[in-house]
Design a protein around this ligand. Structure first.
Ligand code: PLP
Length: 407
């Protein structure tokens, strides 16, 4: 019996759906600039040296495979927080952080969303109770994650299509108009998809408005170390907020910076005002997690804990992380140079000034469609290019195809 006959076909995920189309494309010239996963100069996936070494140690130690606690592996969670806030952060040393291991960055955002839906800010006006603001544009999954947890999701201005940079005035105006006590999602660094981050002066002005409107802040950090090549530098915005006394929430992913995509390693931290608050918030985080997936996986957390806890492995990781960021930066300037030589008089400066994994090219949706249909070059319709997939072997083809569809 067709018990499921009333179920409609669901829409493909805009990113993963495109990837399927790419896999099905038989052209030998096809290039996918869709998914945000690092590739080496030959287009191959990479396992970092420190990750391999940590894995060898873990296997050699023949550790048991017991359940992790609901909140995950404590050693990993502490290392994750210290990586972002610094070992000497007073929030950390005073025990004011409620933190759990999560199913990568997506899981951290989802657990945060459930906590936000259950416990509105005590400062919240009625209109703000379940309201979260996300940048326009943002990683497309943010909308779905927060919506599915029962929050109302509203965009705030972020990208200025004329200057191809940050719309600071629009952003501040939208935050000033937010109801008191609403939640604000900020990308910690390497904003996806635009590659445009606020400067430190702009971050300080954002923090001022956050204070004025008593906003709750959720930082989403999917690219620490990947943006500048230096995880300390990429932590600057989060540290600024914590040092100014903001009780931020922090969603961390170790997918990109450790190359642990499929291992699903992440953490959610909630900075609170006291040890007592941290303890009650942690108890509620566990109540979100237990019925959802009970407890997180072990292997990836062991790897990160091993790497961050061993000075030699950490150094190796820092070098690999810097190497990935540097290769992407080189490809930004190589693609820019190719484009500018093919398009005299046109500036592609934004391609090298943007940071992180993506370039928000400014290509229009029809141009993106033509790239796919005529040149077998795949990117998302918002014109986002995953720079991690550009390499010396395809950069000229990519530049030529872009130039031809724009002509
Ligand atoms: N947040 C942002 C901004 C992202 O770009 C991503 C991945 O693309 C994530 C979160 C979550 O990734 P994951 O769940 O693989 O850690």
């Amino acid at each position: 019996r067709p018990l499921w006959r009333d179920v409609p076909q669901g829409a493909d995920d805009p990113i993963l759906g495109l990837n399927q189309a790419f896999v099905a494309d038989a052209s030998p010239d096809k290039v996918s600039l869709v998914v945000g996963a690092y590739r080496d100069a030959h287009g191959k996936p990479v396992v970092l040296r420190a990750v391999r070494a940590a894995e060898e140690r873990i296997v050699a130690a023949a550790l048991p495979k017991e359940y992790t606690p609901i909140a995950g592996m404590a050693e990993f969670v502490r290392a994750a927080i210290a990586l972002m806030l610094g070992d000497n952060s007073s929030a950390l040393t005073e025990g004011r952080i409620a933190a759990v291991q999560t199913l990568s960055g997506t899981g951290a955002c989802r657990v945060a969303a459930d906590l936000l839906a259950r416990f509105p800010s005590p400062d919240a006006e009625p209109a703000a109770a379940k309201l979260i603001y996300v940048p326009e544009p943002t990683w497309s999954n943010h909308w779905a994650i927060f919506h599915d947890a029962g929050l109302t999701v509203r965009g705030y201005r972020y990208w200025d299509g004329d200057s191809l940079g940050l719309d600071e005035d629009g952003l501040l105006e939208d935050l000033r108009a937010a109801p008191r006590g609403a939640t604000l999602l900020l990308h910690a660094c390497a904003h996806n998809p635009t590659g445009v981050d606020p400067t430190s002066a702009q971050w300080a002005r954002i923090a001022d408005v956050v204070e004025e409107r008593a906003l709750r802040v959720l930082f989403d950090s999917a690219y620490q170390g990947f943006a500048s090549g230096d995880p300390e530098r990429d932590a600057a915005a989060v540290r600024l907020f914590v040092e100014r006394g903001h009780p931020i929430m922090l969603a961390q992913s170790f997918a990109k910076n450790f190359g642990l995509y499929g291992e699903r390693v992440g953490a959610l931290s909630v900075v609170t005002a006291s040890v007592a608050e941290a303890s009650t918030v942690l108890s509620q985080l566990k109540l979100v997690i237990r019925p959802m997936y009970s407890s997180p996986p072990l292997h990836g957390a062991r790897i990160v804990a091993q790497v961050l806890g061993d000075p030699a492995l950490k150094q190796l990781w820092l070098e690999d992380c810097a190497g990935m960021a540097a290769r992407i930066a080189q490809m930004r300037s190589a693609l820019r140079t190719e484009l500018e030589s093919l398009q005299p008089g046109r500036s592609w400066a934004h391609m090298s000034s943007q940071i992180g994994m993506f370039c928000f090219s400014g290509l229009r949706p029809e141009e993106v469609d033509a790239l796919r249909e005529q040149y077998h070059l795949y990117l998302t319709r918002d014109g986002r290019i995953s720079m991690a997939s550009v390499n010396p072997g395809n950069v000229r083809h990519v530049a030529q195809a872009i130039t031809e569809v724009m002509a």
